[in-house]
Design a protein around this ligand. Sequence first.
Ligand SMILES: Nc1ncnc2c1ncn2[C@@H]1O[C@H](COP(=O)(O)OP(=O)(O)OP(=O)(O)O)[C@@H](O)[C@H]1O
Length: 233
Amino acid sequence: MLTARNITKNYSNLHVLKGVNITVHQGEIVTIVGSSGAGKSTLLHILGTLDTPSGGEVWLDDVNLTALKGSLLADVRNKYMGFIFQFHHLLPEFNALENVCIPGFIAGTAKSAVRERAAFLLETLGLKDRMDHKPKALSGGEQQRVAVARALINNPAVVMADEPTGNLDSKNARELHNLFFELRDKFQQTFIIVTHNEELAPLSDRQLVMKDGRIVSGNAEENGALENIIVEK
Ligand SMILES: Nc1ncnc2c1ncn2[C@@H]1O[C@H](COP(=O)(O)OP(=O)(O)OP(=O)(O)O)[C@@H](O)[C@H]1O
């Protein structure tokens, strides 16, 4: 579904990504782990079209995302990708329901349909009684669940999460991880998650380990190791 081919990223003579290949399938939760500075966030941002690679291509099904520019790229990103960051980035002047609706309104979907889906998602995420609260009246875990609902509003092909539980205590982090697995099981939702969390990574469907700008394990298809593919499935 999402395929990255030979991705490189250079900042003048700093080679941050050195030829990364990835294929992510629908309904998979893929985690990207590795030491600080290995290139995880850079890779996630490139996969999510938030950053451009120096070389290589990112494809979503049969669309070459790397070739898209300007408002077309923004439209495709808003419609097919959801994002969750370490800090929720909810807009303080809007309540939970309104925050979740915003990417749906930007996508041009009928307002009533967006509101209905936002309410459904917030209810699914256990926030039925919190929909009209502004972010500052929500706990950290609740704020992050609103951010998850916002990421899901346009029914994205893939959700990219960069340290989504990095700012949560262990109980709230565990609850959010369980939510990702529920969303995968119920809706076949695909996630790519950069994480340092030692509980989440081993539970994911596939753990890609990055070292010094390369994926060094977890990428059975890249390595062509049939036995790894069989173990994973
Ligand atoms: N805009 C930039 N300009 C120059 N160097 C950058 C830029 N963005 C990232 N880097 C460098 O690229 C390398 C990889 O950064 P990246 O944030 O992808 O690492 P990471 O694996 O996500 O690390 P962490 O776990 O600490 O978040 C680092 O050496 C970083 O300093």
